[in-house]
Design a protein around this ligand. Sequence first.
Ligand code: IFL
Length: 460
Amino acid sequence: MRSRRALCNWARAFGGTVLALLLAACAGPRDEAASAAPDTAPAGEADGFVRVEGTHFVLDGKPYRFAGANFWYGAYLGAPGERGDRARLVAELDQLKDAGIDNLRVLAMSEASGFKRGVRPAVMTAPGQYDETLLQGIDFLLDEMARRDMKAVLYLNNFWQWSGGMSQYVSWFTGEPVAAHDPDETGDWNGFMQNSARFYAIPEAQALYREAIRTVITRTNTINGKRYIDDPTVMSWQLANEPRPGSDADGHPNFPVFKQWVHDTAGYIRGLAPKQLVSTGSEGAWGTLRSDELFYAAHDTPNVDYLTFHLWPSNWSWMDHHDPAARLESGTVQAMDYIDRHVDLANRMGKPIVLSEFGLNRDKGAYDPASGTTARDAFYRAIYDRVLARAKAGDAIAGSNFWAWGGRGRTANADWMWTTGDPFTGDPPQEAQGLFSLFDSDASTLAIVSAHAKAMKALD
Ligand code: IFL
């Protein structure tokens, strides 16, 4: 599978009369445009890879739209033996697929850290050393997803502490322990964010990060023998979960290096995996110093195929964590505005956009799976209605991933917090197990997601 640009380069390199016509077709102004365009295969090929055409995704010649989920621990469940829980994973993939949820956003790299609420074990056990068992978890997940015709979005780092992430890279190369900036110990989120953002400007950290990226992306699946780069199950590689330039208060001076990091890293991934898409994992304007224009600027590079944004009304104080019903109406108005602004911006930039995280608390802020989800259901409905309406209108929005699939994971801990060896839920270790999880028993919410999945597919 070759793009027009690759074919032209090949024709130029080998020359000869048979190729004269091909070379003629390669000449002219279109070639300039092609040289700035991503080197992906031509649209319309039925090879199962998701491609970008203008502001839309295309899969095997048809529009690709989806209702997806975040499943950050999917690859952990896929690990062999006691490390994982393959029986759980297989059963839950079946449940998701039956509900029409066939696009999963998953953590593909974690770093061993001393964070109080860091996930253990981690894929990178020490700089440049990887846990093969956990990597086999990605193999298993991708193989099982392929069997169900699902697509994966894999993120390769984390701005936040719960998987080690950028802060751990900073610690490895400065020698400063992460504990000094652990937000779960200090409560100082600004300090944490500023420290995490030092990552972008430490050359040794960048070199190791690229090695980690290469380790995952160029891996060959031990279960089906496919190279990841040749596997259409992988829709997209994301630079990181929610990368930010720094804290809102002090991050502005970091913006140029952040923007350059986005461009360079996305280009590096594109070079390794030209058949797959590249996205940043950004929250949108909220995570880019609260600025629509800086969000636009950071993504204004041909190396990023599509935009992402996240929507967190209670985290952002538009609604109440402890009573999401209280300001549901006003918070939903703000949420709709946030969606519209980002879809408009994607239209303007000429790239597709995905709402790749959104979530809301259970009724009265409970964590118990037996508690109600009335406000959450209303919120999901409102989100999906807006996404569907904008997609129907031909706008750049292609899909969404709710946060997060909790499946059959349950905690037995009285404080609701995760400890090593506990079953995973949709809530990572730094948050109460049940905060935003959509459990396998959440029938009303699942029905809403399912109906939306059908409606999105029906647009085709
Ligand atoms: O758990 C959080 C995660 O780090 C994320 N966004 C918000 C989630 C819920 O607070 O990526």
